[in-house]
Design a protein around this ligand. Structure first.
Ligand code: SF4
Ligand code: SF4
Length: 56
């Protein structure tokens, strides 16, 4: 299980800088999380202005 970024992402980039394991990168139209690297800390969800990262 990992966090997943929804289509609500506005590509502000805030989450990528907060991820302790560097699991977030810029994708096509939204930022994406590497599910194999994510440790489910929730930091990305905490800084996202639109609530796009969600635990699955
Ligand atoms: S939950 Fe934590 S480890 Fe997973 S992508 Fe978000 S900031 Fe990175
Ligand atoms: S913080 Fe939220 S809106 Fe900004 S890039 Fe990450 S998921 Fe997208």
């Amino acid at each position: 299980m990992a966090y997943i970024i929804s289509d609500d992402c506005v590509m502000c980039g805030a989450c990528a800088g907060e991820c302790p394991v560097g699991a977030i990168s810029e994708g096509d139209g939204k930022y994406v999380i590497d599910a194999d690297a994510c440790v489910e800390c929730g930091a990305c969800a905490g800084v996202c202005p639109v609530g796009a990262p969600n635990a699955q």
